[in-house]
Design a protein around this ligand. Sequence first.
Ligand SMILES: Cc1ncc(C[n+]2csc(CCOP(=O)(O)OP(=O)(O)O)c2C)c(N)n1
Length: 393
Amino acid sequence: MTVESTAAHKPRRSAGTKSTAGRRTTAKKPTGAEPDLVQLLTPEGARVKNAEFDKYVAGITPEDLRGLYRDMVLTRRFDAEATALQRQGELGLWASLLGQEAAQIGSGRALRDDDYVFPTYREHGVAWCRGVDPTNLLGMFRGVNHGGWDPNTNNFHLYTIVIGSQTLHATGYAMGITKDGADSAVIAYFGDGASSQGDVAESFTFSAVYNAPVVFFCQNNQWAISEPTEKQTRVPLYQRAQGFGFPGVRVDGNDVLACLAVTRWALERARSGEGPTLVEAYTYRMGAHTTSDDPTKYRADEEREAWEAKDPILRLRAHLESAHHTDEGFFAELEAESEALGRRVREAVRAMPDPDHFAIFENVYADGHALVDEERAQFAAYQASFADAEGGK
Ligand SMILES: Cc1ncc(C[n+]2csc(CCOP(=O)(O)OP(=O)(O)O)c2C)c(N)n1
């Protein structure tokens, strides 16, 4: 296996602080055996040979590579539009995936249609790969619906805000697949912060002992809002799997080819009855946690700048160009396609109908409930109290 030490990837943050008593208040940067990082493309776009994982992308064609590039560019464009729409007051909140495109597109394109995805709230690139219309992702962030798509249409579960809980849903679903005798697999996405949740540990335990066909795909984007990864773990996250009895791998999360290869390998293990795998995609959240967050309060500009040099989209572009797999026409067409997507997203968001305010009282109980009736009446009275104000406009 061709591996690279992650030393070059260490954020330039100090590893901890010492209290006046000389005692560390923060764990040291996770140590342990120097972790292997699976990488097939260097940040400069050069192809690196890898004895273990090359075979998972052996048949990849220039057209496939252009497809991955297109997926990443359009996903980033969609994401930028959504951030702008939030700033314009059209969305209440947005969780940007900026910087995580390769992790999401690489893993998303490794999936079969009959596999099932359990995302967090940031998996816009995976949603794209599943064929969920991007405009459907925005309803919840505009506050007009609770999700906006039918999970069973694309085998893509609704976004989950409760950190880590979807790993349990994924494990249960995967155990069900085994009982059905099917050969499909499940993938659960979660973050480095979520790795500290009890739900995730429980999922690891259950999936291991029941040999469930699930891939745990952790995007280690270095931050859980303002908490750095060293506040979550003393060992590299992928090494956690070992204690639960299944393999863990750290992949360069900004390398779409490596993410594709490693996820294909993990899915193949799941399908062939070898049970769960933990994939830690080592990446970086280049933007804010959400539009409600200001990362300049807790992290240094130099850290982001260091990761910009490893931009996943520029990396694949450099590779495509050096291999002469593209021409100017390709990039011009993609730019036009991005513009059209941006326009479509803006128009769709502005056209979303406001929900009926009383809809929240429906379907709470199958047969209704006196308490809900009371709350509905209170809300009606509250709304009616604005009648004068509206009439006086
Ligand atoms: C159970 C639970 N606890 C706390 C929160 C508040 N919260 C929202 S996002 C977040 C950080 C998650 O970080 P990470 O898992 O690394 O994912 P990322 O947002 O970086 O993709 C927290 C603590 C929550 N949504 N759910």
